[in-house]
Design a protein around this ligand. Structure first.
Ligand SMILES: Nc1ncnc2c1ncn2[C@@H]1O[C@H](COP(=O)(O)OP(=O)(O)O)[C@@H](O)[C@H]1O
Ligand SMILES: [Mg+2]
Length: 141
């Protein structure tokens, strides 16, 4: 299994205000497959994704991606994990408003030493033809 989440626990706050959001989540997703995480507002979907994305430190359990555990990774290693091993689109997508589509994509080139096929990527994403537009000229999708 490519992504394996085992007995994941995550709470926010301390003392009286402590709220356990994820109470032992198990999840396994195979490489190349598509999964939807569905649940009522506030049930912890974003919290789960933030944990998998290495943006939140977990309280208990484990997350393994490609056979490697995120447990015990330091700030620097988590940064490398986020840069090299995972892609994440936020609900509020955090595109750079002053850069057009082309330059928003090309920011990634500066962050990685992996080769990037810009033209192929544009086709794959269905963005060919609108590469000069700015985020506020596009639909959210
Ligand atoms: N950074 C945070 N600090 C404290 N509570 C949080 C934080 N992020 C989320 N929560 C709380 O955790 C619960 C789950 O939130 P969230 O994961 O955003 O739910 P969903 O994405 O399913 O709507 C909510 O009660 C929310 O208020
Ligand atoms: Mg959410």
């Amino acid at each position: 299994m490519y992504l394996q989440v085992t007995n994941l626990k995550k709470s926010y706050g301390t003392g009286e205000g402590r709220q356990e959001i994820l109470k032992g989540v198990n999840l396994a997703i195979e490489k190349g497959s598509t999964a939807s995480i569905v649940g009522s507002s506030g049930c912890g979907k974003s919290t789960l994704l933030n944990c998998i994305g290495g943006l939140e430190v977990i309280d208990d359990g484990d997350i393994q991606v490609g056979g490697k555990s995120l447990k015990g990774l330091g700030k620097r290693e988590l940064g490398a994990y986020r840069r090299d091993s995972i892609g994440y689109i936020f609900q509020f997508f955090n595109l750079l408003p002053d850069l057009n589509v082309r330059d928003n994509i090309r920011v990634a080139e500066r962050l990685t030493d992996k080769p990037m096929e810009y033209g192929a990527l544009l086709d794959q994403l269905g963005l060919a033809g609108i590469e000069r537009k700015y985020p506020n000229q596009l639909s959210g999708g």
